[in-house]
Design a protein around this ligand. Structure first.
Ligand code: NAP
Length: 300
């Protein structure tokens, strides 16, 4: 079997277009422009790239984009003051603090200081609790993007066996909650899981969020299963020239694609969906805060 490639890049473009359409309507019918604020502390090069691209796509979707770039040695009190100001700003509907934060800052404290209604990353403890109890919440962007692709591919996920490899708070755990919410039978695997290959072989849906390049080989995949590869790993690629690198996921693409029914590529799979879902969450947050009907299909 040769797997269908789930084109996250094209899907993300569709989601962004849907977001832009809603933004146009919010502006013309209600005079409201959704606003997203991104706070970056320090100069981590990868974070700078993410923040730049988030800002660009926010503007392209017709929304207001605000960036706060703070020095790496910014005190916790100063960072909390910036968040407080954004919490109180009626033109800002979404706040994202780019992680990781420099070591002297307490990430949990900082994230939990964001107003839950504006927590478009879905990491605030209130949103985690709401998601865990099946209530309306802000849903973390990466797992939301995975869920959208799975729903689009399968329609109903009800009764399917899903294995999520990875139990992080930002991907693995919320992904498992979302799959459970769609009535999958969910197993969460991690570094202490025994016989991981056997566990994965039972799955109709495999979501790999491990951070280990090409860890999942094709002979772990049940024929016809759907494979969602969240991993983003950069490897040296001397064959492409001196100092060149290439991106790979957490699954061995070629061997998995030969067995799976559908698979997301890296790059061009989950990655583009993450930013699209951030924009979707900002529109959802904006509609909720204004008591307006939220767009359909843009949240869980
Ligand atoms: P993380 O916090 O490091 O969590 C990794 C998880 O994988 C942990 O739960 C760990 O288990 C588990 N694990 C590690 N080695 C394992 C092994 N040999 N067998 C089974 N499980 C193992 O990583 P993360 O933040 O969830 O990110 C995972 C990957 O997704 C990374 O490559 C990251 O770059 C990527 N990512 C992509 C996006 C995107 O937009 N596409 C967004 C976020 C993350 P323990 O808990 O037992 O240690």
């Amino acid at each position: 079997m040769t797997a269908k490639i789930i084109d996250g890049k094209a899907f993300a473009a569709q989601v962004r277009a849907q977001v832009a359409e809603h933004v146009t309507r919010l502006k013309s019918e209600h005079g409201i422009t959704p606003g997203l604020a991104v706070v970056l502390v320090g100069e981590d090069p990868a974070s700078q790239v993410y923040v730049r691209s988030k800002g660009k796509m926010t503007v392209e979707a017709g929304m207001k984009s605000v960036e706060h770039r703070l020095d790496a040695d910014t005190s916790e009190a100063d960072l909390l003051a910036v968040i407080e100001q954004l919490n109180n700003d009626p033109e800002i509907h979404g706040i994202l603090v780019q992680l990781p934060l420099p070591g002297h800052l307490n990430e949990d404290l900082v994230i939990n200081s964001i107003s839950p209604e504006k927590d478009v990353d879905g990491f605030h403890i209130s949103n985690v609790g709401l998601l865990g109890t099946g209530q309306k919440s802000m849903v973390p962007c990466t797992p939301l993007g995975c869920l959208m692709m799975l729903r689009d591919h399968h329609g109903s996920l009800s009764g399917m066996d899903a294995v999520v490899i990875g139990r992080s708070n930002i991907v693995g755990k919320p992904m498992a909650q979302l799959l459970l919410g769609d009535s999958c039978t969910v197993t969460i695997a991690h570094s202490r899981t025994k016989d991981l290959a056997d566990v994965v072989r039972r799955a109709d849906i495999v979501v790999a969020a491990v951070g280990r390049p090409e860890m999942v080989p094709g002979d772990w995949i049940k024929p016809g299963a759907t494979v969602i590869d969240v991993g983003i790993n950069r490897l040296d690629a001397p064959e492409r020239g001196e100092g060149k690198t290439r991106l790979v996921g957490d699954v061995d693409y070629d061997s998995c694609a030969a067995v799976a029914g559908a698979i997301t590529p890296v790059p061009g799979g989950v990655g583009p969906m993450t930013i699209a879902c951030l924009l979707a969450n900002t529109v959802t947050a904006c509609c909720r805060s204004n008591g307006l009907a939220e767009p359909e299909g843009l949240t869980a």
